[in-house]
Design a protein. Structure first.
Length: 364
C-alpha cells in the first residue's frame, strides 16, 4: 500500500463543479483583478474570523510585508520572529529594511518562546511576529503581555492556522494586524497564489488597500509608493467556495490527529504539545523521531509519504548569513530541524490509509 503525504486532487474532485460555477461568474463579469468575488471573500472571511476588516492580497508574503509597512516599521527598527517558520516571515522584515532578531522556540510546544523573546527585546524593538506553527496557536497571552509591557506591536503569522482557536477565539484576530496565506496546500487554499490581512484597525485596513493597489486612493491618484499586490478574482471565487467547507475539513483533520495521538505508541516518537487554551487545525502533523534518516528509510520501504518542515532553520540560511547567527545560536530550533518529520494528514485520507500509517510507525 502507498499513502501520499498530501493529495489535493481528491478535494478538487469533490468540489469541482461548484468551483467551476463560481469561476464562470468571474469570467462572465470579467472581474479578474479584485472585483465582486474578492469583495465577497473579504466580507465572508471577516465574518468567519469575527473581525472588522479583511484585505485580500496576492499572497501571504505580501500580507506580512504590508502588515509591517502599515505600521511604519523600517530601518533602525528591530522585529523579533521565530526562526522555526517558513522563510517568508523573515522576508517581510527584510523588505521594510528592519533588522530581524531571531528567538528560539519552546522545547515542548515548538512555538516562539516568550522567555527568549523577553531576552531579545531592546530599545529598537518595534514588533513581535508570532507564528502559529503547523496550525497550532502559540502562547498568545504571554506574547501579548510582553508586547503591551514594552509597547510593541504584535503581528500574527496565521499562514498555517485558518480556523484555529485560542480560548474560543479565532487566531489571526489578536494582533494589531495579522497575516494569512492561501497557498494551495493550506487548510484554506486558493488555486494559485493568494493571501490577506485581518485587523480591527480601520486606518491600517484602508492604508493596506491603498498600498496593494499601486498606492492609489482613487483612480490615478497615487498618494504613496505602492505595490501590485491585488488578489485575483478567480482566487476570490475559489476561496468563497472552500470557506464553506473549512470547519468540516478542520474537524476531519482533528479526527485524524486524535487517532495518531492515541494510537501511535512508539517510544521513539514524540508529539508537539498544544499550548493551554489552544485548539489547532493540524495543517501539518509533525513528529519528533530518533534517528530520522533510519525512520525515513522505514517510511519509504513501506510506501508512506513524508516531508520536512523545516530541514534548515531560517537563521542558518545563506540568505541571512550577514546576521551572523551560528550553529548553536538557537539550540531547540536547530534540534527540531534535525529530528522532526511531517507525516500524512489531510481531510480526504481513508480510514485504511490512517490505519496503515499508524501501523508502519508503530512497527519502526
Amino acid at each position: 500500500m502507498k499513502v501520499p503525504f498530501f493529495d489535493l486532487k481528491r478535494q478538487a474532485k469533490i468540489i469541482k463543479n461548484e468551483l467551476l460555477k463560481e469561476i464562470e461568474k468571474v469570467i462572465d463579469e470579467c472581474a479578474f483583478s479584485l472585483g465582486f468575488a474578492v469583495e465577497e471573500f473579504e466580507k465572508n472571511f471577516s465574518n468567519y474570523l469575527n473581525i472588522k476588516h479583511v484585505v485580500a492580497l496576492n499572497n501571504g508574503t505580501s500580507a506580512l510585508h504590508l502588515a509591517l509597512k502599515s505600521l511604519n516599521i523600517s530601518e533602525n527598527d528591530e522585529v523579533i520572529i521565530p526562526s522555526w517558520t517558513f522563510i517568508a516571515t523573515a522576508w517581510a522584515v527584510s523588505y521594510v529594511g528592519a533588522k530581524i532578531v531571531f528567538a528560539d522556540v519552546d522545547e515542548e510546544t515548538w512555538q516562539i518562546d516568550p522567555e527568549d523573546v523577553k531576552r531579545k527585546i531592546t530599545k529598537k524593538t518595534k514588533a513581535i511576529i508570532g507564528v502559529h506553527i503547523y496550525g497550532q496557536p502559540f502562547n498568545i497571552n504571554q506574547i501579548l503581555k510582553l508586547a503591551n509591557e514594552y509597547n510593541l506591536y504584535l503581528i500574527e503569522d496565521a499562514a498555517q492556522a485558518h480556523g484555529a482557536e485560542y480560548y474560543n477565539k479565532k487566531v489571526g484576530t489578536f494582533g494589531i494586524v495579522n497575516a494569512f496565506s492561501f497557498y494551495p496546500s493550506k487548510n484554506l487554499g486558493s488555486y494559485g497564489e493568494a493571501g490577506a490581512i485581518a485587523t480591527n484597525n480601520e486606518e491600517i485596513a484602508e492604508r493596506i488597500k491603498i498600498l496593494r493597489n499601486q498606492g492609489q486612493k482613487s483612480k490615478y491618484e497615487h498618494v504613496e509608493i505602492g505595490y501590485n499586490m491585488r488578489m485575483e478574482g478567480f482566487q476570490g471565487a475559489v476561496l468563497n467556495v472552500k470557506l464553506k467547507y473549512l470547519d468540516k475539513w478542520n474537524e476531519r483533520r482533528r479526527e485524524i490527529a486524535r487517532r495518531y495521538l492515541s494510537e501511535i505508541n512508539n517510544p521513539k516518537i514524540k508529539f508537539q504539545k498544544v499550548v493551554e487554551g489552544g485548539k489547532g487545525v493540524y495543517h501539518l502533523f509533525v513528529i519528533k523521531v530518533k534517528d530520522r534518516e533510519k525512520f525515513v528509510n522505514h517510511l519509504e520501504k513501506f510506501g508512506v509519504g513524508y516531508s520536512f518542515h523545516y530541514p534548515k532553520p531560517v537563521h542558518l540560511q545563506k540568505a541571512y548569513e550577514f546576521l551572523n547567527y551560528k550553529e548553536g545560536s538557537l539550540p531547540i530550533t536547530e534540534e527540531l530541524s534535525r529530528t522532526t518529520i511531517s507525516i500524512p494528514l489531510f481531510p480526504e485520507m481513508t480510514e485504511e490509509e490512517i490505519d496503515y500509517v499508524i501501523k508502519v510507525i508503530n512497527d519502526y
